[in-house]
Write a protein that binds this ligand. Structure first.
Ligand SMILES: [Fe+2]
Length: 414
């Protein structure tokens, strides 16, 4: 069943010479949209009288000829015939042929960006006059190194619509002005990496990595980490207390559907190491946590009475560019006791840093740690490992009292 069609033409070299002993294979859907390789028929039983596949070897004139039918529509595509040409030397071309006037929104065809090459795979399926069966003729020359190879269907990136946009520290749904955000989705990008320090030009954070960017209410955000299923960005600042934001990911020039998220001015959260341990660093640069917490990175317990550095996001505005103190005071409680906060502000790259004194009264153990800013508390409670026997941190000159924040970012986010 179907519209009988004679598909003929020549296999040519790029300079136009006919190529002999070229093997041309074609395969296509039957009149009901089914391929011979279909896992079960799509739209009905496969037409048992339709072969679905053909093969032809050219002579010295380079000519080929197939008797087939006009393919039916395979879901998501326009009508097309698959073609593979293999030359005696082994060079091959896999392409697809289209029907003039039926070339609507097709991902494979649209993947051919060169207009001349695109036109070359679209041919009229012309009625043969006097033919009672409404037979068609299609003439198509395949030119090696010119006829475009088929491209994979480019897929748009997708963001998870529920809880796909999360606070980058607590990983709970929602986001805050000027804060780290972790996005979850599919097909976001084929590559996995963080920004390179060389991509921070004159202090300006990159707004795209490998063609991947994120817009929040149509404003660009700084992109830190990209992977097929997760992207970490730094959201732009807003002045509104709470607003609804539309978040989109663009990758390979294709943009996801937007996801709507409540965008708050304050959504405080501490960054954490694995197993709900707060990301804490002693003044000598040692990371705080149970032994063996992070592969390849030694960890120590915090000592009562010493200062530890904590890191967070969503703690609201600062008066100036980093490093700068938060506008709103930050309270931190460890085991329910208010701890002395000697510094609360943004460092660069933008993480809030808190210098906090571990209460002297604490014995050995894991203690809950929480923060509050502008009346908003951290929604997620994390823990701090304390031991009285922990070695004292070496006293460092104050100018050295800063962590490698790039390494820290990798540990807490990527
Ligand atoms: Fe197909």
């Amino acid at each position: 069943m179907g519209t009988i069609s004679w598909l003929s033409g020549r296999i040519l070299s790029a300079s136009g010479s006919p190529l002999r002993n070229a093997v041309m294979e074609i395969w296509q859907a039957d009149n009901a949209g089914n391929y011979i390789h279909s896992r079960g028929a799509l739209t009905g039983a496969r037409d048992a009288n339709f072969q679905g596949y053909g093969k032809f070897e050219t002579g010295s004139d380079g000519r080929y000829l197939f008797r087939t039918i006009k393919p039916s529509i395979f879901p998501g595509r326009v009508r097309h015939v698959h073609v593979k040409v293999t030359l005696p030397g082994g060079q091959s071309l896999t392409s697809q042929l289209y029907i003039e006037g039926e070339t609507g929104n097709d991902g494979v065809l649209n993947g051919i960006t060169n207009a001349a090459q695109r036109a070359w795979v679209i041919r009229p399926w012309t009625a043969i006059s006097g033919s009672s069966a409404n037979t068609r003729a299609v003439n198509w020359d395949v030119v090696m190194n010119f006829t475009p190879a088929e491209t994979a269907t480019p897929a748009r990136p997708t963001l998870v619509s529920m809880a796909g946009v999360t606070n980058g520290a607590s990983l709970r749904a929602g986001a805050a002005s000027g804060s780290w955000i972790t996005l979850y989705g599919a097909g976001l990008t084929p590559t996995t990496r963080t920004w390179r320090e060389s991509e921070i030009a004159g202090g300006k954070l990159p707004e795209s990595l490998d063609g991947v960017s994120v817009r929040i209410n149509n404003q660009p955000s700084a992109v830190y980490y990209i992977s097929p299923t997760q992207i970490n960005v730094l959201a732009p600042e807003t002045t509104a207390a709470t607003t609804t934001a539309q978040v989109t990911v663009t990758s390979n020039n294709l943009t996801s559907d937007p996801v709507t998220v409540q965008f708050k001015q304050f959504d405080p959260a501490f960054f954490q190491f694995p197993d709900q341990n707060v990301a804490a660093v002693r003044t000598d640069g040692a990371y705080v946590g149970p032994a063996g917490l992070i592969d390849g990175v030694p960890t120590v317990s915090a000592r009562p009475g010493e200062t530890v550095l904590l890191f967070g996001t969503g703690f609201g505005p600062t008066a100036a560019a980093p490093p700068a103190a938060t506008v709103n005071a930050v309270k931190i409680r460890i085991d329910g006791q208010e701890a002395a906060v000697t510094y609360a502000g943004l460092i660069s790259p933008p993480l809030y840093q808190f210098n906090v004194t571990v209460p002297v009264s604490l014995g050995d153990g894991d203690y809950p740690i929480a923060a509050e800013v502008a009346g908003v508390r951290t929604a997620k409670i994390v823990k701090l490992r304390v031991a009285r026997t922990s070695s004292a941190a070496a006293i460092m000159p104050s100018t050295h009292r800063k962590v490698n924040s790039h390494q820290l970012l990798r540990l807490v986010t990527a």
